[in-house]
Design a protein. Sequence first.
Length: 216
Amino acid sequence: MPSRNIERVDLAGGFYHIYGRGAARRLIFVHDDDRQAFLDLVERYLVAKTGYDANGDPYPSFRGKVELMAYCLMGTHFHLLIHQVESGYISEFMKSLIGSYTRYFNRKHQSRGALLESRYRASLIKEEPYLVNLTRYIHLNPDYYDSYIWSSLKFFYGASEPDWLSVSEFMEITNLSPDYYRELMKDYEELQEELKEVNLADSGENLVKIENKTPF
C-alpha cells in the first residue's frame, strides 16, 4: 500500500511517480543480481504471457491495467513512472511487486521484516511538461546516467524495449523522438548544475517543479 500523505492512486488514465526507499536508508539492491530480480518480477506481472508458480497457480497479471513507462533502480531506492489504465490497479501491482521482491531479498540476504520505509510513495502527474521532466529527473539519478544499465534511458534513446515496458507509448503521447529526448536530457543536466550553483535545488523533486515553470 502507498503512504497516506499522497494523492489518490485509483484514477483511470492517471500517470504516477512511484518512489520507494529502503527502511532506515538501507540498501534494497545490494548487487546487480538484485536489480535484475526486481525487473524479472516486473516482467512476471506485466508480460502478455501468464506465468505460473511452483504449485501451478497463475501469477496475477496486470497487463493492460498498468503500464511501466520509465524506471531507475539505485542502491537505496527506486523510481517508477506508471500509467494506470484501469482504476485501482497500481496498488495491486505494487503489492505484488514489492511483496515478491521483499520475500526474495529477505531470503537471499538472510534478513527479515519490511524492506521499504512507508512502503512506497505515489504522486499524480497532472501536466505533460511535468511528465516529461519527471522522466529526465528519474534518468539523471545515477552520476553516469548515459552508461547506467539499470534505468530505462537506453530505451528512450531508441533501443528495442522489452515486452513489459511502454516507452514507445510514452514517446508517442509526448510527441518525442529519441534524438530530441537526448537533447532534453543534456539541457536538463545543465539546468541542474545551474540550480545547484545558486542553491535553488535542495531535492530532486524541486528540480522537476522548478523546471516545469519554464516553457518547454
